[in-house]
Design a protein around this ligand. Structure first.
Ligand code: FPP
Length: 230
């Protein structure tokens, strides 16, 4: 059998939950519930395929502009998932969270910390969840960190910035998937996905199935990555 070229790191923008709900005359929150199910399924499939790392965009620095009810519903779904994760000690997935946690509730932060620690020795897929994440914010926080530690202008290099980003230690994003028909990256991993292959798909996130990930992986394998060379 032909050996597949698999990405080491996949980034996924879980978009289209609202439209999925609207099409069914349901409240937007119902779309997020179904989106959280699609997330679980997709993560499981990535783990089965042996993908090294997958980062999901769950909540952006801009998503606070949504109605409070919707923000609360997304945070509740996220919190429920953390509870579930804390109960799955036999699972080999390593959990990581990126984004600025400061505005999140204390119980949520405690669960994130707990799950990160409890899963740190796991050897399977790294599941990275972006919450209150913004690519620009990530870069600003990284540079501030360097400046605070006394870095000179010459000390600010691509390597030193990368080491301060929330994703430090993870490989760069190879494949970035955005379902829902939108063709933009919405401030997601803008530094880390500088050389990623982008795959935009028409399916709405709650409908995203294993076969959709297969399609994106096939498209990725077909592309010829040159990293600026020839
Ligand atoms: C974007 O779709 C989706 C979000 C802002 C929230 C994503 C959150 C989840 C899938 C659930 C919680 C996360 C986890 C990890 C369990 P949209 O609402 O912008 O869709 P639209 O563009 O159709 O309105």
């Amino acid at each position: 059998m032909e050996e597949k070229i698999l990405p080491r790191h996949i980034g996924i923008i879980m978009d289209g939950n609202g439209r999925w709900a609207k099409k069914r005359h349901l409240p937007r929150t119902a779309g997020h519930v179904q989106g959280a199910r699609a997330f679980r399924k997709c993560l499981r499939y990535c783990a089965d395929l042996g993908i090294e790392c997958v980062t999901f965009y769950a909540f952006s620095t801009e998503n606070w502009k949504r109605p409070q009810e919707e923000v609360d519903a997304i945070m509740k779904l996220f919190s429920d998932y953390l509870d579930e994760g804390l109960g799955m000690s036999e699972d080999d997935i390593r959990m990581k969270f990126i984004g600025d946690p400061s505005p999140l509730s204390e119980p949520l932060k405690a669960k994130m910390q707990d799950l990160t620690e409890r899963s740190s020795a796991n050897k399977g897929t790294i599941c990275c969840i972006a919450v209150n994440y913004g690519g620009r914010d990530d870069i600003v926080r990284a540079v501030r960190c360097l400046v605070r530690s006394g870095a000179s202008a010459e000390d600010i290099t691509e390597e030193s910035v990368s080491e301060q980003l929330d994703t430090a230690g993870l490989p760069d994003v190879d494949l970035l998937i955005r379902p829902s028909g939108e063709q933009r990256i919405s401030n997601f991993l803008i530094w880390q996905a500088a050389y990623a292959e982008y795959v935009f798909m028409d399916v709405l996130w709650p409908d995203f199935k294993e076969k959709d990930l297969d399609l994106a992986l096939e498209e990725y394998a077909r592309r010829n990555r040159r990293f600026g060379g020839i």
